[in-house]
Design a protein around this ligand. Structure first.
Ligand code: 1GP
Length: 256
């Protein structure tokens, strides 16, 4: 499948910065107005896109309203980050069409994808073919997705999955430590994956400060997902987001 407008935008943003920042909005914990406000502030502070979803988002109507509200306040692309078929709504621009490759339950590897695909087509969503890899244990993504978490200290296993994803034609790999994770994915793991995977590497889960963000970008991450840091923390969260986008200024290794 051809590279679409949103994927091109992400590649472009990853080339203009050390890494692009993707702000994750949980449509169930913040109301529409708050989510839209956060998206507008994120755009002002240099974020590249807004992700909407998460492993426990099940209210499709609420999610659709949240996406519509965000689209009124920002020009950033809104990308769905579904945890299940309930994460597919028509108002968004694109979807991380993901397979949780290290799940023990085939539902999360191919079945949810088959159930959701007709809606994705009907809604005209751009699909970003993504290998979703859960790293470590104990988070919602790990539990809900029945993942056999790749140990943080086994970067070669993550790289083997990334290589398999590349051979399967996936253009993005998402290394997910899980929302609110105590420990983010290590720079070493990102570097090891980068060595075998030339597609777009997204890293998320537990990224709370500029130093960590910069280290992950320098190790080869193209996109960094920031979620929990911005939840209910008001201006303090935005200050930290600003510090992160500042630390990522400068040209990335990915030039387009
Ligand atoms: C979770 O990777 C995302 O799916 C973001 O994680 O909420 O810890 O920033 P945080």
């Amino acid at each position: 499948m051809a590279v679409g407008r949103v994927e091109r935008h992400l590649l472009d943003q990853a080339g203009r910065h050390r890494a692009a920042v993707l702000v994750l909005v949980d449509s169930e914990s913040s109301g529409e107005a708050k989510a839209a406000e956060l998206a507008a502030e994120s755009e002002r502070l240099g974020a590249a896109a807004i992700l909407v979803g998460g492993s426990s988002a099940t209210d499709q109507i609420g999610m659709g309203r949240t996406v519509a509200a965000i689209k009124k306040r920002t020009r950033l692309p809104v990308v769905l980050f579904p945890g299940n078929v309930t994460g597919v709504v028509p108002q968004a621009d694109a979807i991380l069409f993901s397979s949780l490759m290290n799940s023990e339950n085939p539902y999360f590897i191919t079945q949810a994808q088959a159930l959701g695909a007709p809606s994705v087509l009907k809604f005209g969503l751009e699909t970003l073919p993504t290998a979703y890899l859960v790293i470590g244990e104990g988070t919602s993504a790990w539990f809900v997705g029945s993942a056999r978490g790749i140990p943080h200290e086994k970067p070669k296993i993550a790289a083997a999955y990334a290589l398999a994803a590349k051979f399967l034609g996936m253009r993005l790999v998402y290394l997910e430590a899980g929302s609110g994770a105590k420990k983010s994915v290590t720079a070493k793991m990102v570097k090891t994956v980068r060595a075998v995977f030339d597609g777009f590497i997204i890293v998320g889960g537990g990224i709370r400060d500029a130093r960590t963000a910069r280290a992950l970008a320098d190790a080869g991450a193209d996109g960094l997902v920031i979620g929990t840091l911005l939840e209910g923390t008001g201006t303090a969260g935005l200050r930290r987001l600003s510090a992160i986008t500042k630390a990522l200024k400068g040209t990335g290794s990915r030039r387009v």
